[in-house]
Design a protein around this ligand. Structure first.
Ligand code: GDP
Ligand code: MG
Length: 441
């Protein structure tokens, strides 16, 4: 699995520091291989890896997980985000009949999915649904839909021999209007490969039926070609969503990422079997896991992150209760700021830190200042850190020398610490521990 492979990459990485650029690049080569093995289209995999590399560099590794696992989590989060939300509702809020048009290659699962969606709309949403097959190419295609209609107890448009797809679509519209159907599902013909005749037919059908939803049905086993299929349909038909079928099989689900990247449309459903209730909402996180082949690493890392945050908060709370906020705590907050590129849990409430953060965000202060502060604290003795009041002029000179900074900078740091601990005391007086923790959470 990817996490095993990343384990190899990170074997030499000792300790639990931030992920370096070299480490991340090495890891991302493995991620790229994993994506390609999961049938993510090459250009999509490349773009994705470039984006995530930026995000991962400098990320801190949690104490209770390995760097490999941490990278898997970062990649999985990015992947989940790219795959979109699990909002899978069809948008059918139009003057009835709302038309849902199914498009895709032959054998992708259009007819089956049409029946699955019809069943779902009927049972879950109490909609009155009519289905019509516009597939005049494949022998018995219209009968196939009629049979599925009988099985699901959903009405199908009576078959009239010799009509062209656009004529059938018009007749279906007419029938749906006259008979008061809420939804009309148009099942179209596919081809083995994308061709212009197919696209022209799809455009003509869309013109006469003005669909509320045009769903591209894609077999998740399609592999590298999925991206071309999606591109052709997306260029020529105004798609509103994607349905990924055969996710019950061996497919690693890479097609999902390609679909999202190329069409920019949500994946509304996942087909998970031949049975007519085997239609599920699309779960980005599950597919991300499947693409990366990583089991439950993600939840492991999430748990680790949670427990560490809780640990930090508890430790901090105990200190505050005693009215303590020493240099070690300040150092922790600075590290958090660097790591997250934002305020630490506590720092957000401190006036001085807020200013520092704003300056950082505006580019007026760069990360170097945080690095300097960290170095100064590093040059303090254990006693000085615990009790900064000990730091007199002589000690300031020593700390400045030890950290390659100036006495002025040491003074600034001490002032900042003083402001922060004063603010802590104020918070304690105002709301006490509970109030503070409330704000933190
Ligand atoms: P169409 O040519 O696009 O209309 O494809 P069909 O709906 O006729 O489906 C082709 C085959 O794929 C049929 O045997 C379906 O039972 C099967 N099929 C469709 N969706 C799924 C799915 O999600 N999982 C599995 N295992 N089979 C599916
Ligand atoms: Mg069909």
């Amino acid at each position: 699995s990817l996490s095993d492979r990343l384990g190899g990459v990170f074997d030499r990485l000792r300790g639990r520091g931030a992920l370096t650029e070299a480490d991340v690049r090495a890891a991302m080569r493995e991620v790229r291989v994993a994506l390609l093995e999961a049938d993510v289209a090459l250009p999509v995999a490349r773009d994705f890896v470039d984006q995530v590399t930026e995000k991962a560099i400098g990320h801190n590794v949690l104490r209770s997980v390995t760097p490999g696992q941490q990278v898997v989590k970062i990649v999985s989060d990015a992947l989940t985000e790219m795959l979109g939300s699990d909002q899978s509702d069809l948008l059918l809020d139009v003057t009835p009949p709302a038309v849902v048009m199914m498009v895709g290659l032959q054998g992708s699962g259009k007819t089956t999915t049409a029946a699955k969606i019809a069943k779902r709309l009927k049972e879950k949403d109490r909609k009155k649904v009519l289905m019509a097959s516009l597939d005049v190419n494949r022998p018995a295609a219209q009968e196939q839909l009629a049979t599925l209609g009988t099985q699901t107890e959903v009405a199908t448009l009576p078959i009239v021999a010799g009509q062209r797809p656009v004529e059938i679509a018009s007749r279906a519209m007419q029938a749906a209007k006259l008979q008061g159907y809420d939804v009309l599902i148009l099942d179209t013909a596919g081809r083995l490969h994308v061709d212009q005749a197919l696209m022209d037919e799809m455009k003509a059908i869309a013109d006469v039926s003005n669909p509320a939803e045009i769903l591209l049905i894609v077999d998740s086993l399609t592999g590298q070609d999925a991206v071309n299929v999606a591109q052709s349909f997306s260029d020529q038909v105004p798609l509103t969503g994607v349905v990924l079928t055969r996710l019950d099989g061996d497919a690693r689900g890479g097609a999902a990422l390609s679909m999202r990247a190329v069409t920019g449309k949500p994946i509304k459903f996942a087909g998970t079997g031949e049975k007519l209730d085997a239609l599920e909402a699309f779960h980005p996180q599950r597919i991300a896991g499947r693409i990366l082949g990583m089991g439950d690493v993600v939840s492991l890392v999430e748990k680790a992150a949670e427990s560490i945050q809780a640990e930090d908060a508890e430790r901090m709370a105990a200190k505050l209760a005693k009215g303590q906020f020493d240099m070690n705590d300040l150092r922790g907050q600075l590290a958090q700021m660097r790591r997250m590129g934002g305020l630490g849990a506590l720092a957000g409430m401190i006036p001085g830190m807020k200013k520092a953060q704003a300056a950082m965000a505006s580019g007026a202060v760069d990360e170097k200042i945080l690095v300097h502060m960290d170095a100064m604290i590093g040059s303090m003795t254990v006693k000085e850190r615990a009790k900064p009041a000990l730091i007199n002029a002589k000690r300031k000179i020593r700390i400045a020398k030890g950290s390659g900074t100036t006495v002025q900078e040491v003074n600034k740091l001490l002032k900042m610490h003083l402001e922060m601990s004063n603010a802590m005391k104020k918070i304690r007086k105002m709301g006490g521990l509970k109030g503070l923790l409330g704000m933190m959470g």
